[in-house]
Ligand binder design. Structure first.
Ligand code: OXD
Ligand code: MN
Length: 593
């Protein structure tokens, strides 16, 4: 290796070492830092981050072990227009992804990577997605020139020797290269080469674009590998519902980015549900595989939470507040003069003055938000008091229900259950949601977001639907499939359902359906709870009339919905499975007067 020194190299894996040497030769870092994931190393990296001005130490009495980071204002969310799937043919990537030919993209990136780490350190991050020893777990190595990325990967993944040990002398590891360049949106590319199990991300420092284990490996490359290897990589939280008698039922739920997956995964049942408990397995990503008993088993590949901060408080999500209370990185919230932090929706009053997420002076009279709407916490999942004890189980947890849901002001009822797996796949495939701040552009517009995977499916969306349908043949005891919408509003714009902890009531109906102990009536959309099947005692200002409103099926809204659902199918016409076309026909006839 030319200019770089190897330092404390901690692996002899031939293919890994050769690839690192090759990358170092191209990027020319001054130094290579081999991460081992230890607490001592974390301290050293934090000191380096503080020295570089990348991190600011927060008030340690209020926020022990916590640090503050401000990103470049041009780099605050995932950029879907700069995200590419580089498969051999454009058909493999499909019309919902940006595609580029691999050779061309490697060449372009090669030019950008050349000398990109000069005067910088290249951090070598060996990591696992999933618990050690699980057949679903994947090993990756990320090479990055960002100390912030090294530290955040240390929270979000199982990082260090554990990853080399899991891999052993096998060659199946993900290669990830990240370099910030000058954080210029014109030179920002997040590129996936599924056939090579390789990711190259340049020109950004925002989590979703640069913590390569998360969206890039666990979802885009993961979904591609899942289809090839017979498993499923999904944008879903996983939670366990424990009854007072100790019965545990696990469900997975797909909601688009910033639609409340973290809140739902950490839900605290209202007082009315005495003895019931919700356990968090994961809040964002779920890998599932059929088990020997014919059920679908899931793991959370992550080790931490990369959550949206605004709106988090002791009412909306007490467990998240406890999760972020220590050893957490905060990105793009507001900073007060005494090194406390603030965000819109935090408990208590706004500070009389602070610095906003850009570092500009802010007071409550300011028109701009103090925290960016997509400001984030990176918190260790082990801080969560409701962390499920099964989270490290290599076998995962058996899934009894899959829930799809979007943010819809109209049209979609609070809850219904699909008639069967194929119908459930249709329900997931036609999911729609209003866009949020998690991605750049289009705020508030309804867009089709199949299974909440629109920005994350690493191959043709029609083939992804076919994979879902095909999986049914491999699962003898499939989960039931449901759709929920916490966000329906009345004509005055008020939410029809209180949400948050009260969502336990919906979850309870779902769990009871899974165990065959509660009724429903057959409707055009699927099975719906009758008023007597749904427990809304003690929900403030909510009775049978409100229940009817939140569950109503409005024919005019459904006419528009069907047209909009069809637009997605038209765009995928070359690959959309015929089963879904038939499901659509059945839905249309059920909705006809
Ligand atoms: C996320 C996202 O960060 O979905 O989880 O954007
Ligand atoms: Mn997500």
């Amino acid at each position: 290796m030319s200019s770089a020194t190897l330092g404390n190299r901690n692996t002899n894996h031939k293919a890994i070492v050769a690839w690192i040497e090759e990358t170092a030769k191209a990027c020319q870092p001054d130094r290579i830092f081999w991460c081992d994931g230890s607490a001592r190393e974390r301290e050293a990296l934090i000191a380096e981050g503080v020295k570089q001005g990348v991190l600011i130490k927060l008030n340690q009495e209020k926020w022990p072990g916590c640090y503050y980071h401000r990103s470049n204002p041009n780099d605050v969310a995932r950029v879907e227009q700069c995200t590419f799937i580089c498969t051999e043919s454009p058909e493999e990537a499909g019309p919902t992804n940006n595609w580029a030919p691999p050779r061309e993209m490697y060449q372009k990136l090669g030019g950008l990577l050349a000398g990109s780490m000069r005067h910088r350190t290249m951090y070598v991050i060996p990591y696992l997605m999933g618990p050690p020893g699980s057949p679903l777990t994947k090993m990756g190595v990320e090479l990055t020139d960002s100390v912030y990325v090294a530290l955040n990967m240390g929270v979000m993944t199982r990082m260090g020797q554990v990853a080399y040990d899991h891999l052993g002398d096998r060659d199946h590891f993900n290669r990830g290269i990240h370099t910030m360049l000058d954080v210029n949106p014109d030179r920002r590319f997040i590129c996936h080469f599924p056939q090579d199990n390789t990711i190259i991300s340049v020109g950004s420092a925002y989590g979703g674009n640069v913590l390569l284990g998360k969206k890039c490996l666990a979802l885009r490359i993961g979904s591609y590998l899942g289809r090839k290897e017979g498993w499923m990589a999904e944008h879903m939280l996983i939670l366990g519902v424990e009854s007072p008698a100790g019965e545990k039922t696990f469900v997975a739920a797909a909601f688009p980015s910033a639609c409340g997956k973290t809140n739902f995964a950490m839900l605290i049942p209202p007082a009315h549900f005495k003895g019931w408990k919700i356990w968090t397995v994961g809040d964002d990503i779920c890998w599932m595989k059929p088990g020997a008993d014919g059920r679908l088993y899931a793991i959370n590949p992550e080790n931490g939470y990369f959550g949206v901060v605004p709106g988090t408080n002791s009412k909306s999500n007490p467990n998240a507040m406890k999760s972020i209370a220590r050893d957490t990185f905060f990105t793009n919230v507001a900073l007060t003069p005494d090194f406390d932090i603030w965000w819109e929706g935090k408990d208590g009053p706004a500070p009389s003055q602070c610095l906003d997420w850009r570092g500009n002076p802010w007071t409550p009279a300011s028109k701009e938000k103090a925290a960016h709407p997509n400001s984030r916490f990176t918190a260790p999942m082990r801080n969560n008091p409701a962390l499920a004890s099964e989270v490290d189980d290599p076998n995962g947890v058996p899934i009894s229900a899959i829930i799809f849901g979007g943010r819809r002001a109209a049209t979609m009822p609070l809850v219904f259950e699909a008639f069967n797996w194929a119908h459930g796949v249709y329900v997931g495939a036609t999911m729609g949601s209003e866009m949020t701040a998690a991605a750049v552009g289009g705020l508030g517009q309804v867009r089709r977001d199949p299974m909440a995977m629109l920005p994350f499916a690493g191959y043709n969306m029609g083939d992804y639907f076919a994979h879902w349908l095909h999986m049914r043949k491999r699962i003898a005891r499939p989960p039931r499939i449901f759709h929920v919408n916490w966000f329906r509003k009345d004509e005055q714009g008020n939410f029809l359902w209180p949400g948050y902890g009260e969502n336990m009531r919906v979850l309870k109906w779902i769990v009871d359906r899974c165990h065959g102990r509660v009724g429903a009536s057959e409707g055009p959309l699927g099975w719906m709870p009758r008023v007597e099947d749904f427990d809304f005692t003690n929900v403030r200002e909510f009775g049978a009339e409100q229940f009817a409103k939140v569950q109503a099926i409005n024919p005019e809204e459904w006419k528009r919905e069907l047209v909009s659902q069809n637009e997605l199918f038209v765009s995928l016409h070359a690959t959309v499975p015929k089963e879904l076309i038939f499901e659509r026909e059945l839905l249309v006839s059920r909705l006809m007067p």
